[in-house]
Write a protein that binds this ligand. Structure first.
Ligand SMILES: Nc1nc2c(ncn2[C@@H]2O[C@H](COP(=O)(O)OP(=O)(O)OP(=O)(O)O)[C@@H](O)[C@H]2O)c(=O)[nH]1
Ligand SMILES: [Mg+2]
Length: 296
C-alpha cells in the first residue's frame, strides 16, 4: 500500500572497492540485484534496490567502489557515479571492512560532501574473532568523522542488518512512497542480463582481464515465455578475445551457461543466450565508445 508510507528516501552506498556494498544491497533487498566478485571495482553502474517495510520506503543506491587511481576515461565515469551516490541522496552509508581503514577508505570518505548525513557501516564482522577485537576499531572509526551512527554488520550472515534499517529510517525524509510497494529496483531485465554475464567474467577470468571487458546486449526479445538474448563481450585486444573464448570456445560456453542459469532464475522463465566476443580497441579510454556504452 503506497498510501500508508510516511517516510521515503534515497540512500547512497559508498566506500572503497570490495568492502561489500553490493553484497549488502542484495542482503537488504533479499534478491541478488547487484553483481558481486572478490575482485575490486566489480560494480560499474548505480544499482537501485528498493525495500518497503511498514510505513517506510528505502531506496538504496549501490555505487562503484571509489576508484583508487584515476587513469582511464572509464574510471572517471565511475568516479562521477560515486559522486552522484554520495551527493544526490538523502543519506549515505559509508562502508568499510571490519578492522581495516586505510588511505583508500579515507579517500572514499573525503568524497562525501560536507553536511551530508553519513552512517558508517562496518561490514564483514563475521570474520572478526574474537568479536571483542571490533570495539577499539569502532571507537577509532567514530572519531574520524561526525557519523550519525556506526553500525557493524555482516552482509554474508545478515547480522545486524535489521538494526541498520532502523537507524537509516530515522534519517529519511517524511513523504509518500516513490515506487509501488512490490518494486525491487528501477533497472530492467536488459540491464541485469548484461550484468549477470559481466559477473561471470569477473568471477572466471584472471586478475586484469575483467577490467578490459564490457557486455553489450544487442537484442532482447520475448518470444512467449522464452527470452531471446544476444550479447557481445567487448575486449580490447585479440589476445584477450582468445582468453575469453578459451580452447575450442569452452570457457565462453561455460560462462554463458552460468549467466543463462542466473537469468532464468531472476526472470522466472527460459532464456536463450547467444554470445559473441569482439575487439574494440582501448574502449576503456575512449570517451565516444564509453558514451555509446552508456557511461555519460
Ligand atoms: N566474509 C564476508 N565476506 C563478504 C561480506 N560481504 C561481502 N563479502 C565478500 O567481499 C567481496 C566483495 O564484495 P562486493 O559486494 O562485490 O563488494 P563491493 O564493495 O560491492 O565491491 P566493488 O563493486 O568492487 O566496489 C566478495 O568476495 C564478497 O563475497 C561479509 O559480510 N562477510
Ligand atoms: Mg559492488
Amino acid at each position: 500500500m503506497t498510501g500508508t508510507v510516511t517516510r521515503c528516501g534515497t540512500i547512497g552506498m559508498v566506500g572503497r572497492p570490495n568492502v561489500g556494498k553490493s553484497s549488502l544491497l542484495n542482503r537488504l533487498v533479499g534478491e541478488k540485484l547487484s553483481i558481486v566478485s572478490d575482485k575490486p571495482q566489480t560494480t560499474r553502474h548505480l544499482v537501485t534496490g528498493i525495500v518497503t517495510q511498514g510505513d517506510t520506503q528505502f531506496v538504496f543506491v549501490d555505487a562503484p567502489g571509489n576508484p583508487p587511481r584515476l587513469k582511464s576515461v572509464l574510471q572517471k565515469a565511475l568516479n562521477r557515479r560515486v559522486n552522484e551516490a554520495a551527493s544526490d541522496t538523502d543519506v549515505v552509508l559509508f562502508m568499510v571492512e571490519a578492522l581495516r581503514f586505510g588511505p583508500e577508505d579515507h579517500a572514499a570518505l573525503e568524497r562525501i560532501p560536507e553536511g551530508q548525513a553519513v552512517i558508517a557501516v562496518v561490514n564483514k564482522v563475521d570474520l572478526v574473532k574474537p568479536a571483542a577485537k571490533l570495539i577499539p576499531f569502532l571507537d577509532r572509526l567514530s572519531r574520524t568523522h561526525p557519523f550519525k551512527a556506526v553500525i557493524p554488520v555482516s552482509a554474508r550472515t545478515g547480522r545486524n542488518v535489521a538494526e541498520l534499517l532502523k537507524v537509516v529510517r530515522e534519517h529519511l525524509p517524511e513523504g509518500p512512497a516513490a515506487y509501488p510497494a512490490e518494486s525491487l529496483t528501477t533497472k530492467d531485465e536488459r540491464f541485469f542480463a548484461a550484468e549477470l554475464l559481466r559477473e561471470k567474467l569477473f568471477q572466471e577470468m584472471g586478475q586484469e582481464l575483467p577490467y578490459r571487458c564490457e557486455v553489450v546486449i544487442d537484442s532482447f526479445k520475448e518470444d512467449g515465455r522464452l527470452r531471446r538474448i544476444e550479447a557481445t563481450i567487448l575486449v580490447e585486444r585479440d589476445s584477450q578475445k582468445a582468453i575469453v573464448l578459451g580452447k575450442g570456445g569452452e570457457k565462453l560456453k561455460h560462462m554463458a551457461t552460468a549467466a543463462r542459469k542466473d537469468m532464468e532464475k531472476m526472470f522466472g522463465g527460459k532464456v536463450y543466450l547467444g554470445t559473441w566476443v569482439k575487439v574494440r580497441r582501448a574502449w576503456t579510454d575512449d570517451a565516444r565508445a564509453l558514451r555509446q556504452l552508456g557511461y555519460e
